[in-house]
Design a protein around this ligand. Structure first.
Ligand SMILES: [Zn+2]
Length: 139
């Protein structure tokens, strides 16, 4: 079983129902081989609780996580990497087209590809699974 990589963030927002302060807790992680996120909140005024979750990380939550934890980078440690293999893996993992995958590989090889640590870990594991030595790291 692979180690989960999880990041979480605590924040506040106004309650939609009563305007009091919502205590919110957002979690994003690589769990059981796939990326997922969830958010829970409890209102300090009316006691309303909400929960939401999914796989595609919402932009606002991603930005909060990046602001709190900083970004991770994806590093390919083998300089003689097969670009074609890396491109195929990243294309499938990210669901992007050929042109974009080519750009991503260029940025990965330059050490300039960044995202949340769980996202980078997800891609690193996919690359390792295809025989490309890659690691997710904090810059
Ligand atoms: Zn409320």
């Amino acid at each position: 079983m692979e180690e989960p990589v999880v990041e979480s963030v605590r924040y506040h927002a106004p309650c939609k129902d009563c305007g009091a302060r919502l205590e919110c807790w957002g979690v994003h992680g690589l769990i059981g081989g796939s990326l997922r996120w969830d958010v829970e909140s409890v209102c300090s005024g009316c006691g309303q609780t909400t929960a939401d979750c999914g796989q595609e990380l919402p932009t606002w939550l991603r930005e909060r996580l990046l602001a709190d934890h900083g970004s991770g980078t994806l590093q390919v440690t083998d300089p003689s990497v097969e670009r074609v293999t890396a491109m195929r893996v990243l294309r499938a993992a990210l669901g992007v087209g050929l042109t974009e995958a080519k750009t991503v590989v260029g940025r990965v090889l330059a050490g300039a590809y960044m995202g949340t640590l769980p996202e980078m870990e997800y891609l690193a594991r996919k690359l390792c699974g295809a025989g490309v030595d890659a690691v997710a790291a904090r810059p």
